[in-house]
Design a binder for this molecule. Structure first.
Ligand code: GDG
Length: 430
């Protein structure tokens, strides 16, 4: 059986160190959830960073590697300096905001770019240590866009795929990047470049044409040396895992516990990583406006908002956290009564079974990103609805909206539309 090398910034297992002890825990986030089930069912080796700096595990790398290798994971260790420049820096302060159209948050710094180049190079060296001639190499996401080309130079005949989990922006946004040609050339080292939606692929092809002069025909790009294919692969979820988890005793116990505390009230639910792309302040303001206009719903519903911590070292995320904390406090203060708090706000991660229980009991999932490559939460919510009861409200700027046309689709910047969507979802007959 052929072997598949999955390459991503993070491994599906994150190493933590608490009181001098190492802990190995599942990674959170869309990519880990989406591929986590798949990689165990296939002949795979997953290559990536285990989420902790080299300085914190000095002398323990060998043990960590052995433990991770027993789970088919091959670690690439990064120093604190690499993490600052490549991960918190270029990946999360340049590419992430720019590709989500948030130019205001985007920084352009040569030193961050150099760190990005260096770490992509380090990944290519690590892959050379483990790759065998027949391996298929599948690279994931915006942290590693130079890697296809670096690998192609070393393995001219290798099968290399690349998948982008975030939007590929329109040319007018992409052209703002000083290193735009290098990024495109990096991606063209792959045989196949995949996107969640047709629009993202179209933007990529337009940028290739405008910046490098390459024409594409039916997704085939003719470069001087090779033909590269671009195509659309909207990412799904492990439907069975989410659907059957509802029936498990642990989930049922959670459902009973939540129902008791909710006392028959309707539930609006949102689940996100803490991120300025997820439209959390906009959602809170719309909920506030909804309560202003529909006081009859007071004490009859609860908005449960889970925000799992993410990228806490990046300053913009700390500011966002403070903004959310303040908005929740203000709305709860304004509308709450003795015995009723309108928003149950949990700024931390929940175990899988609690998550499934919340999806299952929620009458409405309010998914309002400003922009999102796909958004798996929308799909997970639907997968837990074995009885078909529940309404999904979804931003038109999430990739998932192109597939889930039966949801109530909204423009997150149109507060009135979000309020109306909530009214419609609550009044809708089963
Ligand atoms: C990127 C793209 C694209 C969240 N909180 C908890 C928890 N989660 C899990 C959810 C879901 C995942 O994290 C989030 O996935 P999303 O797709 O919604 O968003 P990103 O993390 O931004 O993912 C995105 C994705 O990649 C895949 O291509 O869809 O557009 O931005 O699976 O369930 N899981 C648990 N506890 C939590 O508190 N257990």
């Amino acid at each position: 059986m052929e072997r598949l090398l999955i390459v991503s910034n993070r491994l599906p297992i994150t190493v933590h160190k608490r009181k001098g002890e190492l802990h190995f825990e599942p990674s959170t986030g869309g990519l880990a959830t989406a591929l986590g089930s798949f990689y165990k069912s296939y002949n795979c080796l997953w290559i990536g960073w285990p989420g902790i700096s080299l300085e914190r595990i000095e002398g323990e790398q060998k043990d960590i590697k052995a433990r991770l290798m027993s789970e088919n994971c091959y670690p690439i260790f990064l120093s604190q300096q690499d993490i600052e420049g490549y991960y918190h820096g270029f990946s999360n302060r340049t590419i992430w905001p720019l590709f989500h159209y948030l130019t205001f948050y985007t920084v352009y710094r040569e030193d961050l770019w150099q760190a990005y180049e260096q770490v992509n190079e380090a990944f290519s060296k690590a892959i050379m240590e483990v790759a065998q001639p027949d391996d298929i190499i599948w690279i994931h996401d915006y942290h590693l866009m130079l890697l296809p080309r670096l690998l192609r130079e070393k393995f001219p005949r290798a099968s290399i795929g690349f998948f982008l989990h975030i939007p590929f922006p329109s040319f007018e946004i992409f052209r703002l990047l000083p290193w735009r040609k290098e990024i495109l050339e990096g991606l063209l080292g792959a045989d196949l470049v995949g996107f969640h939606t047709y629009e993202y692929m179209r933007h990529f092809l337009a940028s290739l044409h405008r910046l490098l002069g390459y024409e594409a025909n039916l997704g085939q790009i003719l470069t001087e040396e090779r033909v590269v294919k671009a195509d659309v692969f909207p990412l799904g979820i492990d439907y069975e895992r989410f659907s059957t988890a509802v029936q498990e005793p642990r989930t049922k116990a959670e459902i009973t516990k939540f129902r008791k505390r909710l006392g028959g009230r309707k539930v609006i639910l949102s689940i996100d990583r803490l991120d300025y792309t997820k439209g959390i302040p906009q959602r809170l303001k719309a909920f506030d406006a909804f309560l202003d206009r529909n006081p009859e719903y007071k004490e009859r519903l609860i908005f449960i908002m889970i925000v799992s911590p993410s990228r806490t070292e990046v300053g913009d995320y700390a500011l966002l956290k403070r903004q959310i904390d303040e908005l929740v406090g203000a709305i709860n203060g304004k509308h709450g009564t003795i015995g009723w708090v309108p928003i149950w706000y949990l700024p931390h991660s929940l175990p899988f079974h609690s998550l499934i229980a919340l999806y299952n009991i929620a009458d409405i999932a309010l998914v309002t990103p400003i922009r999102d490559g796909m958004n798996l939460v929308a799909k997970e919510y639907l997968a837990t609805k074995r009885d078909g009861r529940g309404v999904l409200i979804l931003s038109e700027t999430a990739g998932a909206a192109t597939e889930l046309g039966e949801a109530i689709i909204i423009n997150v910047n149109n507060e009135e539309e979000v309020v109306q969507a909530l009214e419609k979802a609550l009044a809708m007959p089963e």
